[in-house]
Design a protein around this ligand. Structure first.
Ligand SMILES: NC(=O)c1ccc[n+]([C@@H]2O[C@H](COP(=O)([O-])OP(=O)(O)OC[C@H]3O[C@@H](n4cnc5c(N)ncnc54)[C@H](OP(=O)(O)O)[C@@H]3O)[C@@H](O)[C@H]2O)c1
Length: 251
């Protein structure tokens, strides 16, 4: 991915990893369109910032997605980078009689269908550019699951597989496909407490490492993996899967 002079749309850009990525990419001389459902945050992020734009987008709402798609075609036909980052996470207790599939359905809707829908909507624009990139945010929980977040981990494993197929299908087009698989990062993804959990990586440190990997094109197989990701990514190969699973999921 070239690091400057791009026009980039980021989903889930109103907070956490998406916001930090949007600001880091903007600071490197890119036009960035931040999207999300919270207008007040879009206003706050873009205020007084030339080339930082906000667009309301709810990935679960087809009308919202078609408005954004039309706006992009009209106002930003040069769009050459999509960062499909929006996601939600919920714990689920499948032993409870009150457990139903509603949380899993919401996770599938946002984390899986949201990525597929925005990619399908913008791929025709991306394919027309000389140099385009699709980045999607999975998770290192794609590689070893936390059993208390079953649908969340499975949604990220879906993306890990799906992105390999997308990358292969686009191999003869100038559209690079990257998977960003964060470790545990200090954001409010699961709760406000996560944002100050000392076990989680500070979001600015994570994004700094990601920017370095992108700049140095250090993403073998299209996987952008920070140092903290390595043990889980290679757990099966290294024979440590059982031990890592047990440590993450105490009996
Ligand atoms: N933090 C971690 O430990 C961690 C680890 C691995 C992977 N990840 C992944 O990183 C990505 C970003 O998460 P984060 O940690 O930065 O959490 P976050 O701060 O909660 O960010 C999630 C973003 O997704 C957006 N979003 C949620 N539902 C949406 C919908 N229906 N339509 C459009 N946008 C929606 C939210 O914006 P609005 O509320 O404004 O819509 C928000 O900007 C997610 O895909 C997450 O799974 C995070």
């Amino acid at each position: 991915m070239k690091m400057t002079g791009n026009t980039i749309l980021i989903t889930g850009g109103t907070s956490g990893i998406g916001r930090a990525l949007a600001e880091a990419l903007h600071a490197r001389g890119n036009r960035v369109i931040v999207t999300g459902r919270r207008q007040s945050l879009l206003d706050e992020i873009t205020a007084g910032q030339p080339d930082l734009h906000g667009m309301l987008l709810d990935l679960a709402d087809p009308t919202s997605l078609s408005h954004v798609t039309a706006d992009i075609r009209l106002h930003f036909p040069e769009l050459n980078v999509l960062v499909a980052n929006a996601g939600i996470s919920r714990a689920e207790d499948m032993t409870s009689d009150s457990w139903d599939a509603s949380d899993a359905e919401a996770i599938v809707e946002t984390n899986i269908l949201g990525v597929l829908r925005i990619t399908a909507a913008l791929l025709p624009t991306l394919k027309r550019q000389a140099d385009a990139t699709i980045v999607a945010t999975s998770s290192n929980l794609a590689f070893v699951p936390r059993a208390d977040f079953p649908a969340y981990c499975a949604s990220k494993a879906f993306l890990h597989s799906w992105l390999q197929s997308l990358r292969h299908q686009l191999r003869n087009m100038p559209v690079e496909v990257l998977e960003l698989a964060p470790p545990y990062v200090q954001t409010e993804l699961t709760s406000v407490d996560q944002a100050s959990d000392p076990r989680a990586m500070p979001v600015n440190a994570f994004v700094k490492e990601v920017m370095q990997l992108l700049e140095q094109q250090e993403h073998p197989r299209g996987e952008v993996l920070v140092e903290r990701d390595q043990a889980r990514r290679w757990a099966e190969r290294d024979g440590s899967y059982g031990a890592i699973f047990a440590a993450m999921n105490p009996a």
